[in-house]
Ligand binder design. Sequence first.
Ligand SMILES: *Cc1c(COP(=O)(O)O)cnc(C)c1O
Length: 312
Amino acid sequence: MNGPHRRAPVPAPQPALTALAATPVLGVNLANTTLLRLDQGGGLAPGNKHFKLSANLDRARQLGVSRLVSFGGAWSNHLHALAAVGAEQGFATVGIVRGDDGVAPTAMLADARRWGMHIVNVSRTQYRDRHDPAYLNRLRARFAPCLLIPEGGANPEGARGCMAIADLLKARPHTARHILLPVGTGTTLAGLVAGLGADYDITGVAALRGAADLEQRVGQALASLPGESRARWRILHDAHCGGFARVDAGLRAFMLAFEAVHGIALEPVYTGKMLYAIYRRLRSGEWRSDVPLLAIHTGGLQGRRGYGWLGG
Ligand SMILES: *Cc1c(COP(=O)(O)O)cnc(C)c1O
């Protein structure tokens, strides 16, 4: 970055490993599970989105572009993180937000505005064009010079940035070879599969119902990543609890119990569903409770504020 946009570099996030205590949660002991706490990384908006954005920011710097434009809903972790890194690293940011047809102002949007993001509300119909080349060209012209980043940070740069999560993990002592993480677009999963390599088994827990093309998209992302060695991976499609951002009674009860026992905050869209999937498989005996698991807490805790029953 040149000129007035230059800022002191932000220290790299230093997430820890947290082994869960042996106190049971709703009758299940989760002591075989260790969390990689990306939620404890540094910065205004810690979590996996930070990693997905890092190589996109490098690309913007290479291009000499100081404005970043992307897409999301009114509670988007991705737009929240984009606004945060924009403020931290001196980029102007523009958020194209789904739903001028009646979206209430959210705490996410308030943060993003406070951090300087220019919010553009578009109708749900217009938002459907977010991958349409003609629409993207119009946006590019409107905000030139700028870099457009796809919704969720789901591009090859995003996946490459997530390989750094594997490096963080490898640098910390652990015995688990079975890694779990929540999955939206599959970009983070792809980065881990390439970054961890053949010694590991990775299970992604899909946050969306009926994401039938997810495996294909992960495969495409993997094809863009360096290295040869790949972890074995699979995606669980039965742990969405009714659909994206939906919460059923079981998930709600589990999350409240988990937070009370372990004192670690979750949110229902991603991390709550991942840990609930682990809980259910341990409870049913499908997974053995003596095999170590390493689950990635991908952050996103700003989204808790949308769920009053979690206490804000
Ligand atoms: C976006 C997000 C994910 C999913 O990441 P993908 O790379 O889209 O699969 C998981 N957890 C949290 C907290 C997120 O914000």
